[in-house]
Design a protein around this ligand. Structure first.
Ligand SMILES: [Zn+2]
Length: 201
């Protein structure tokens, strides 16, 4: 863009780098930040800075954490022997929202996507097998999305865990095809979880 003051341009450029924010949205947001009351813009800047400084990922399950471990891993009433494997931290929130699942999580931080150059070694898989061995995990629920990549990732993990003596199940059908866990409604997710299928390799 031409004609924008330098600092305004910089704000627009930074906003435009965010996922699903195009140039026009970035411009609109920047205009809002500048023209809304200054306290609101400053609160936003402070929140971004504080979040980056204080939030990282749980050393055990890789969900968001403000300490070494996340609130789920730190809760002694959770079933330590059951792991729900998901793609993204946001998927943990989707499962937690149901309020039924009592086990722990393992966040992969991606899916196996050869066409996009994402190989299995980019995922938190080594950490998953380590946990299964160390924590004597009994059941692993594969809750990756019902997309081609999510299914491929689930199959890959199921094969990988075959010799680890752990029960492996996959979320039941009924999840919308191509559906990402993050966007599934609570009832669908609840049915998919309770009707999960044991995978035999
Ligand atoms: Zn955790």
């Amino acid at each position: 863009l031409t004609g924008l003051p330098q600092h305004f341009q910089r704000l627009v450029d930074e906003l435009a780098r965010l996922p699903s924010i195009g140039g026009k949205s970035a411009l609109r947001l920047a205009y809002h930040i500048i023209s809304a009351n200054p306290e609101q813009g400053q609160a936003l800047a402070a929140a971004v800075e504080q979040a980056i400084a204080n939030i990282s990922f749980c050393s055990r399950c890789f969900f968001f954490a403000e300490a070494e471990q996340c609130v789920v891993c730190n809760n002694p009433s959770r079933d330590q022997r059951t792991l729900c494997v998901v793609e993204k931290p946001m998927d943990v929130l989707a499962v937690e929202r149901m309020g039924e699942y009592r086990g722990l999580y393992h966040v992969l931080h991606g899916v196996w996507a050869p066409l996009r150059g994402i190989s299995p070694d980019k995922l938190k898989l080594k950490e998953l097998t380590q946990r299964i061995e160390q924590d004597q995990v009994l059941e692993v629920i594969l809750a990756t999305s019902s997309t081609v990549e999510g299914d491929a990732t689930a199959s890959y993990i199921a094969r990988m865990l075959a010799q680890h003596g752990v029960s492996v199940s996959r979320l039941a059908q009924g999840m919308p095809k191509g559906g990402e866990l993050e966007y599934a409604d609570d009832l669908t997710l609840s049915r998919a979880l309770s009707g999960r299928n044991r995978l035999s390799i």
